[in-house]
Ligand binder design. Structure first.
Ligand SMILES: Cc1c2[nH]c(c1CCC(=O)O)Cc1[nH]c(c(CCC(=O)O)c1C)Cc1[nH]c(c(CCC(=O)O)c1C)Cc1[nH]c(c(C)c1CCC(=O)O)C2
Length: 372
């Protein structure tokens, strides 16, 4: 039997899936955005040998790197996230993206004017043709995990991907991408629609390949003010959850949306078809809970920079976070954004073990209160 037809090993640990579905849990599950990668010495060793996108495109290597944090922090992570990148969608659309060590993503030919869309982007994208390696990596990783934890898939959100495709890489101001939405709103919507179609197919394909939960990364959401977010981000985020769930029907998995910086949109985000909304550190647990009124599971949100603050700061902030969000219902512990490349591996360990310890303490207190 090939990997794609062999049944997956039974899942032995579904804590994060139960939390995402809104069930009561025995403690808050935890994982960390960007947990597989750059801060891990074993990943850096792999990168000396192999280019970033080569790792993404080689299922054996992507599987190996996805499992690195699961093995290193044995028993402390409640989910694995497939090793890949949000920028495989621009690649599938026909663009060249390179990963420059120490600098980040680089598009040699970014979109400059709307006429470039027709020249540079494929009219129709078959994700099974363009991105089979992601699906293969997911299937292979699901087997290699042996049911230890669920496997998360992910996609970049349309506005964030559009911004990368126009900026050509990272940017402090996003002034080129913003010029598009203000000068060419109609063409911007056309581009966002094209990207959304690929996001939907790609997310559906990941679930069919074995992903057990999905996260949509709107990393540049907060660069838009409330008005423009409502026009250029929110409708596409809404469509992705709606269409992915409709296409998958009974096979649908929990979905998370993370719109970094879009604090003003939290209430709106909690009314879409996402099960979980991931929040950054600009929310207090109290304000996030008040805005979402128990409609969704919240995920987050410690400032990743606390991991540089020393043991005392890490324990204090992680404790405050778990106590603030509560550990037995509608909460998944995480950082408020990706773990940074120079964080010591011990700091991550302390964060995870503190979340576990405090989560269990809070659960015991809650139970004592209930039975009193
Ligand atoms: C914006 C974004 C990107 N990629 C991603 C986002 C959304 C999350 C966020 O907001 O941080 C998402 C992503 N990128 C990567 C993953 C893999 C799984 C995981 O989360 O552990 C995930 C989920 C690997 C990666 N993606 C990248 C690396 C490092 C590349 C290297 O080894 O040279 C890794 C491990 C490169 C990347 N990829 C991207 C940037 C800006 C960079 C350069 C800076 C950096 O190092 O993060 C685009």
């Amino acid at each position: 039997m090939t990997n794609s037809t062999k049944p997956f090993p039974p899942l032995k640990h579904d804590l994060i899936l139960r939390a995402a579905r809104g069930e009561k849990t025995e403690r808050a599950p935890v994982w960390v955005m960007r947990q597989a990668g750059r801060y891990l010495p074993e990943f850096r060793a792999e990168r000396v040998e192999n280019d970033f996108f080569k790792i993404c495109r080689t299922p054996e290597l992507a599987t190996k790197v996805t499992l690195q944090p699961i093995d290193r922090y044995d028993g402390l992570l409640d989910a694995a996230i497939i090793f890949s990148d949000i920028l495989v969608i621009p690649q599938a659309l026909g663009m060249t993206v390179e990963m420059v060590p120490g600098k980040g993503p680089h598009f040699p030919n970014p979109l400059v004017v709307p006429a470039d869309i027709a020249v540079q982007l494929k009219e129709k994208v078959d994700v099974y043709q363009e991105l089979p390696y992601v699906f293969d990596a997911i299937t292979m990783t699901r087997h290699a995990l042996e049911g230890r934890v669920p496997l998360l898939g992910f996609v970049g959100a349309p506005w964030t991907l559009m911004a990368y495709m126009i900026e050509g890489g990272g940017s402090k101001t996003l002034s080129k991408a913003k010029e598009w939405i203000f000068k060419y709103p109609k063409e911007s919507h056309e581009l966002l629609t094209r990207i959304t179609d690929v996001c939907v197919d790609f997310a559906v394909g990941q679930v069919r390949a074995g992903a057990q939960m999905l996260q949509v990364f709107e990393s540049w959401g907060g660069e838009l003010g409330p008005h423009d977010f409502e026009l250029f981000s929110l409708p596409y985020l809404a469509q992705i959850a709606k269409r992915v769930k409709a296409e998958l029907g009974s096979e649908a998995v929990p979905m998370t949306v993370f719109a970094k910086g879009s604090w003003y949109a939290l209430e709106q985000l909690s009314t879409l078809e996402y099960d979980t909304v991931s929040v950054d550190w600009t929310h207090s647990p109290e304000s996030a809970k008040a805005a979402t009124k128990g409609r969704v599971t919240l995920q987050g949100n410690m400032d990743p920079n606390v991991l540089y603050g020393g043991d005392e700061a890490i324990v204090a902030a992680a404790t405050r976070m778990v106590r603030g969000f509560g550990s037995t219902g509608r909460y998944i512990a995480n950082l408020g954004h990706g773990i940074l490349p120079t964080v010591p591996v011990e700091a991550m360990h302390l964060f995870l073990s503190t979340v576990h310890r405090v989560g269990l303490e809070v659960a015991a207190e809650e139970q004592a209160r209930e039975s009193a």
